[in-house]
Design a protein around this ligand. Structure first.
Ligand code: GUN
Length: 287
């Protein structure tokens, strides 16, 4: 029997509705409007789409947003200067520099220039360190979205075998840490893993973030697995697919995320969540 769909669109809409209420309350009681600055460098088409989605979500929730578009040949110095001025702008609670950046710019340097209090992407080493030791702080949006999907689907993680395929700084590594924090037994696989299917077949919960279609097929999972597919791949045919063979794996899964409409909308919802948290701190609602 086909597993049930984990509807990221529906769950993200719910989160955004909750946040819109919080924004309205904050404005009424503290006269604070959350503000997000999004910085886009160059003309990467996917980045343009993502930035557009982030601005749209801000508008829906009553969050003030500011877009800064810089040419692909902007100097690192100029970009760092913009980040510096956003750091000291009292209207801005969150700063997001859309990645990837052009090759002549050092991404790590830019990430580290964002003050940790405004690091709504959760990429700053201070945020990463806090996550690893379980302190409050900004969590990166896509892994946080994965965890929220599991939570709101009622998936109990305690003592479960969780397998993560992919070890990127943006998804694989942080989601592994977050699963561990929830007391799952976590295994991280990657391109050099020997006998991948032997490991994935152990999974009660399988998170796939490799950026490669068909990384996981039906023969690689056990019956009843919960599958979270983080991939977004455009096939030559124009079709958008994840990293998992959805139709095949769904037959064995108890629950699975679709692509599109799974993790994608959750990333945006968690960015909005982080921005609202940052503004709450400014309003003195959170300590
Ligand atoms: N590029 C792909 N995903 C992300 C993300 O979550 N944040 C930023 N800033 N850039 C990205």
């Amino acid at each position: 029997m086909a597993g049930r769909l984990i509807d990221g669109k529906e769950i993200s809409a719910q989160i955004k509705a909750e946040l819109a209420q919080e924004v309205a309350k904050m404005q009424k009681e503290s006269d604070v409007t959350p503000g997000l600055a999004v910085v886009l460098v160059g003309e990467d088409p996917a980045s343009k789409v993502y930035v557009g989605q982030k601005e749209k979500a801000c508008a829906e929730l009553g969050i003030f947003s500011q877009k800064h578009t810089l040419p692909a040949d902007v100097s690192e110095e100029e970009l760092l200067g913009l980040v510096g001025s956003l750091n000291s702008d009292p209207q801005i609670d969150g700063i997001l520099v859309q990645l990837p950046l052009p090759k002549h710019i050092d991404e790590n340097k830019v990430i580290e220039a964002i003050m940790p209090e405004k690091d709504v992407d959760g990429f700053h080493p201070v945020s990463v360190g806090k996550m690893v030791i379980g302190l409050p702080g900004f969590r990166p949006c896509t892994p946080a979205g994965v965890m929220e999907l599991l939570k709101r689907t009622g998936v109990d993680l305690v003592g479960k075998e969780a397998v993560v395929v992919g070890r990127s700084n943006i998804v694989g590594k942080p989601v592994a840490i977050m699963l561990l924090q929830q007391s799952a037994t976590v295994t991280v696989c990657h391109s050099k893993t020997k006998n991948l299917s032997e490991v994935t077949r152990r999974a009660d919960v399988l998170v796939v973030a490799t950026g490669k279609p068909n990384t996981v097929t039906a023969d690689m999972v056990k019956d009843g697995v919960v599958v979270i597919d983080v991939g977004v791949n455009r096939l030559d045919s124009g079709k958008l697919v994840g990293d998992v063979d959805f139709d095949g794996v769904r037959e064995k899964a108890s629950a699975i995320t679709p692509v599109p409409g799974g993790v994608g909308p959750m990333t945006i919802a968690m960015l909005m969540y982080n921005t609202v948290q940052a503004a709450k701190k400014r309003a003195g609602i959170l300590i």
